[in-house]
Design a protein around this ligand. Structure first.
Ligand SMILES: [Fe+2]
Ligand SMILES: [Fe+2]
Length: 194
């Protein structure tokens, strides 16, 4: 049986991937049409990426899951260090993306390419990070963690469910999610993709 912790991590990754890919699609669509995006929509999407995964999802991995793994096995220590580093750097990187967005909004067309590039690099970084966790870390956790580990982790992880995955969530993230779903243009919409 899949552990709740593993299921939640995978669901949150899927939701976050959908959000990141939607941002890229939105930008491509506007580039093709030669139009400027709705900056309020982009701000909301990036704010979500900043808030939920950076402040909560990654924190749970770094503070709860990874220490358990380090305690149980010497395997993949370097990889865990690298992923922790990614978590620490992620916050800085999302600031860069948000700044590039502000520059695009303030300065217009001349900053479109720089913003698209910053977003593209961030999305690649993030998707690569999540793929490593899913390919290496989650299977390792399933092999080495004990019943007690899982009970503690499941309890902690269940407290912060991601509204994008359709589970009960903190009301503030629910409100943010609803706002984003309502403003993302229909062909790209987040809801049906999940
Ligand atoms: Fe992570
Ligand atoms: Fe993760």
């Amino acid at each position: 049986m899949t552990q709740a912790t593993v299921r939640i991590i995978r669901q949150e990754h899927a939701a976050l991937s959908a959000m990141l890919r939607s941002i890229v699609q939105l930008l491509e669509q506007h580039r093709r049409k030669g139009t400027l995006p709705d900056f309020a929509v982009l701000r909301a999407m990036l704010f979500y990426v900043d808030e939920f995964p950076e402040k909560r999802h990654h924190r749970k991995e770094t503070e709860l899951l990874f220490p358990r793994l380090r305690a149980r096995t010497p395997i993949s220590r370097d990889l865990l260090d690298k992923l922790d580093e990614d978590h620490a750097r992620g916050e800085r990187r999302i600031r860069d993306v948000e700044h590039a967005l502000l520059a695009f909004e303030m300065m217009g067309e001349s900053r479109r390419e720089a913003f698209e590039q910053t977003v593209g690099e961030y999305v690649d970084f993030y998707l690569g990070h999540m793929a490593l966790e899913e390919r290496e870390i989650l299977p390792l956790a399933e092999r080495v963690l004990t019943e007690d580990d899982w009970r503690d982790l499941d309890e902690a992880f269940a407290q912060n469910r991601d509204p994008l995955t359709g589970h009960v969530a903190d009301f503030e993230y629910n409100a943010l999610f609803t706002r984003i779903v309502n403003v993302v243009p229909a062909p790209i919409g987040l809801g049906p993709a999940l």
